[in-house]
Design a protein around this ligand. Structure first.
Ligand SMILES: Nc1ncnc2c1ncn2[C@@H]1O[C@H](COP(=O)(O)OP(=O)(O)OP(=O)(O)O)[C@@H](O)[C@H]1O
Length: 252
């Protein structure tokens, strides 16, 4: 297992957002976490990425406890994050946006690199090469020198994925990457995530849209009211009465 969450708990103002959640993700797996609004998906995501601390429970990555580490240490260990609704930096090129992601894995901060201090020049060149490589993986190499803010939303989302890849992660966390995208953009994003899985990157995909994930995921974990109510293959999940009830209940 590359990722193990055990007994994770987090409450806000005495109300559980995540309650005794166990989650095991195997190397190379694309795992989806779904659930109705308020199920605790984003909270679980942040407990794994390190943006939130758990009240109880552990998170183990590649055999090492990481639940006490701040986000940048988790990033340096190989965990990259694409946040919900994250925006590109406007006024920067696509390439520069992607370069930001490489600094998770280097000693030099982004500020020093863009200031072009002499001793950082070599590192900056390496980062530029890595950024070009991850742009190519994401199919955006022709867009490298454009203003990122001028791209359509679907492409901006792909830029975020390329930025996350630039740190050469082994585990990629994505929080609702398809939200707000049009059908064609969703399909392209799904293709990209499928390709990354083919390259062996483990992914944890938090998503509200069941159709988007069932086409992509190896396994699906379903949260409702902070707890895991089902886990299995997409086909098993679609046929699970508790899952159907949770979603219908949320609509009612
Ligand atoms: N920072 C916070 N402060 C207070 N309550 C919070 C906070 N973050 C989450 N919650 C609460 O915890 C519960 C779970 O929220 P969370 O955002 O994790 O759910 P979600 O499944 O991601 O929902 P959505 O699909 O709407 O994004 C909700 O009841 C929410 O109101």
């Amino acid at each position: 297992m590359i990722l193990r969450a055990n007994g994770l708990r987090r409450s806000f103002d005495g109300v559980f957002a995540v309650r005794d959640v166990d989650l095991d993700v195997a190397h190379g797996e694309l795992r989806a976490v779904i659930g109705p609004n308020g199920a605790g998906k984003s909270t679980l995501f942040a407990l794994i990425g390190g943006q939130l601390r758990a009240d109880a429970g552990t998170v183990t990555y590649d055999g090492t406890r990481i639940d006490r580490l701040p986000p940048h240490r988790r990033a340096a260990a190989g965990i990259a994050v694409v946040f919900q609704g994250a925006r590109v930096f406007t006024g920067m090129t696509v390439l520069e946006n992607v370069m930001v992601g490489a600094h998770a894995g280097t000693r030099t901060g982004f500020g020093a690199a863009i200031a072009r201090l002499p001793r950082h020049r070599r590192e900056e060149r390496e980062i530029r090469d890595r950024a070009r490589e991850s742009l190519a993986r994401a199919g955006l190499e022709d867009w490298a020198d454009r203003d990122a803010g001028a791209l359509p939303l679907g492409q901006q989302r792909v830029v975020q994925v390329a930025r996350a890849l630039c740190g050469r992660p082994r585990l990629l966390l994505l929080d609702e990457p398809a939200s707000g995208l049009r059908a064609g953009e969703r399909a392209r994003l799904a293709d990209l995530l499928g390709e990354l899985r083919g390259e062996g990157i483990t992914m944890l995909l938090v998503e509200h849209d069941v159709a988007f994930v069932t086409r992509l995921a190896d396994r699906v974990t379903v949260l409702d009211l902070g707890q895991v109510i089902a886990e299995g293959t997409p086909a098993q999940i679609r046929a699970d009465d508790r899952v159907v009830a949770a979603y219908l209940g949320a609509t009612a």
